[in-house]
Design a protein around this ligand. Sequence first.
Ligand code: FES
Ligand SMILES: [Fe+2]
Length: 441
Amino acid sequence: MLSHQDNETLVRVGPGTTMGGMMRLYWIPFYAAADLEKDGQPQTVKLLGETLVVFRDSEGNVGLVDHVCPHRGAPLAFGRNEDCGLRCVYHGWKFDVEGNVTDMPAEPVRSRLKERVKLKSYPCVERNGVIWTYMGNEPEESRPPLPNLEWNLVPEENVVVTFRVQECNWLQALEGEIDSAHAPILHGRIDEGGSINQWVAKRDLRPTFECMRQDFGMSIASRRVLDEDTLYWRVNQFVMPFYSLVPPQANEFYELSGHAWVPIDDENTLCIMFSYRPNEPLHPKSRKVFLEGHNGRETGHPSKNGYDDQGALVPYGRYVSKYRRDTGWLFDHELQKTTWFSGLPGLWVQDAACQSGVMRVYDRTLEHLCTSDTGIAMTRRMLLEVAHAFAESGAKPERFSDPDLYMVRAISMKLPKDDAWVDSGKGPMTAKLGEGIGYEL
Ligand code: FES
Ligand SMILES: [Fe+2]
């Protein structure tokens, strides 16, 4: 349970809030490069409570600008994206990717108004198919470099990255993924089918937890008993400010995976999921299943068939899925009786339905934490400490601008019962670009 005040500190992310201010220290991944064409339709997005429009100009540069025209407020989501700029359809003011006004067709030729008006804009960079922005106050020369997150550094054929909107606060979504106790239960099946029945974690549904604070965030280790001599350790990682990494399952085509839980605003989260093989291309079948679903159900990734475009003005409208609150996440009671423990149609849908719950911003004064919530409690405590230090003295999280701090992997290891996961896992928890996981699953 959290006090109301601590809960508020953690969940509020808009301009002027403590957590929002902390997140603005970091580069933020926010769009799929492939979904933005040169001179294509501008897209409405929202980040940390600010509604914006993203577009790619004729030269391929990406602009992330205010969604409101500074003349008289027309929506720039309807702007004409042509000849290296975005032109408001109301009176034709035109803006470049940096928010400079380059044309005012209805103004006298000699007018100098152009020089005095500026559209809010944030800098963008692209790396391996993902567009990142920086929303902080630092000038270019003192911004941190992009974090070296392995999923965004491996060759594109090694990775699938997908985007979807979830109707809840960022922390609710994050907490769902650092909680390893739910996985064999919520995602379980009551029939004999499917690979989930092969999960090693199913062999012990009562894990115990050990957490270790790290400069990058928190390692959350769950310990399950396999037999008298062997323990199964799954170590999820929370990586500042909003990433989670999930260990591989024991299977020939394992992937490393996880999410960036990017706050759209207090009540919505952009869930960027990545699955990758560190040292070789993804199996074509895995890629297909991630992008298209499996037997009409969703995997951990939102499938192309599940998107339900909400139109030009809804932030991330094209990444909204038909599996959502107002469709009851297409819960199927028949399926619950015959196949899936939850009756919810697919992995991420099961997570999203439970994480989003009945409140977009959960009131954590109502909860009753238990043993398996150790990782969640420790992560909150760490976030509160860091947030308070930042709010009180402007102290930034330790090493936050060191790009290699983020070279981290989640691990799943079967170890003799006397071996410590912190020692045996130390090497494998460090990402080494181009190298495999280095242990038997
Ligand atoms: S409102 Fe955009 S140009 Fe007038
Ligand atoms: Fe899950």
